[in-house]
Design a protein around this ligand. Structure first.
Ligand SMILES: [Zn+2]
Length: 130
């Protein structure tokens, strides 16, 4: 599957945090909300890391989220090593934000992929800072 160009960017610091946290939690799954600038389309903040919780469990509990949360997307880990979204992932991608990252085992620079709300793979540029 070829990936689509997107104008989304992520800071290296956030990407490294996501990979490290996923590695630390392995074999449990991690889930994060991504925040940043919708205008600049930059992800430069991780809002919440739910440890050992499925995205579905979080998304169906909106009262668990802080008020004024500016979510631009989500990220979660796949301890299985398969970076493709599950059917449940595809449903959840439509609920929050426009960019969704799946961090697959072994959680290195080459083992993550990003998707849009429709589950289509997109390219995200890694930038040094926002
Ligand atoms: Zn998943």
């Amino acid at each position: 599957m070829s990936s689509k160009r997107s104008n989304w960017k992520i800071t290296r610091a956030v990407l490294e945090f996501l990979l490290e946290a996923s590695k630390d939690a392995y074999p449990s799954e991690m889930f994060f909300y991504l925040s940043g600038s919708l205008k600049k389309r930059v992800i430069n903040e991780v809002i919440i890391g739910y440890f050992n919780s499925s995205p579905e469990a979080v998304i169906y509990r909106p009262e668990a989220l802080p008020v004024n949360l500016k979510i631009v997307g989500t990220a979660h880990s796949h301890p299985s090593g398969d970076p493709r979204p599950s059917r449940a992932d595809l449903e959840s991608f439509q609920r929050f934000g426009g960019v969704h990252i799946i961090l697959a085992y072994p959680f290195n620079e080459n083992s993550w992929k990003a998707y849009n709300s429709y589950g289509e793979e997109i390219e995200i540029e890694v930038i040094e800072e926002s």
